[in-house]
Design a protein around this ligand. Structure first.
Ligand code: ZN
Ligand code: ZN
Length: 103
């Protein structure tokens, strides 16, 4: 007899996974961008418009990651972002890199 057992996944994990998928489905195309010059934060599906920077001729956007439920604040420039996972340290307007603290 060939017995193929279904993979044993605890129901708790299945529930967590479906919540995760719902969240990712809603937010999958939304990314968080921050300007290297003025530290403005924008959320969108594509890189925001470069006009309107207060500190330079144009915004210089850096993608920090996908929008999610984890909140981080940068110790150097003070911006707050909602990110899935860990935000990129690239493009801090004050320090060379963002120093993220999870809130
Ligand atoms: Zn800017
Ligand atoms: Zn920063």
């Amino acid at each position: 007899m060939c017995l193929v057992a279904a993979p044993h996944i605890p129901s708790r994990l299945i529930a967590e996974k479906s919540v995760y998928w719902q969240l990712m489905h809603k937010t999958k195309l939304l990314k968080v961008y921050s300007c290297v010059h003025c530290a403005e934060v924008e959320v969108g599906t594509t890189t925001p418009k470069i006009r309107g920077c207060k500190k330079s001729s144009f915004h210089h956007w850096v993608c920090l990651g996908e929008r999610g439920l984890d909140k981080y604040v940068c110790q150097s420039c003070g911006i707050k972002v909602n990110i899935y996972g860990t935000p990129s340290t690239e493009g801090c307007s004050v320090g060379k890199t963002h120093t993220w603290n999870k809130v």
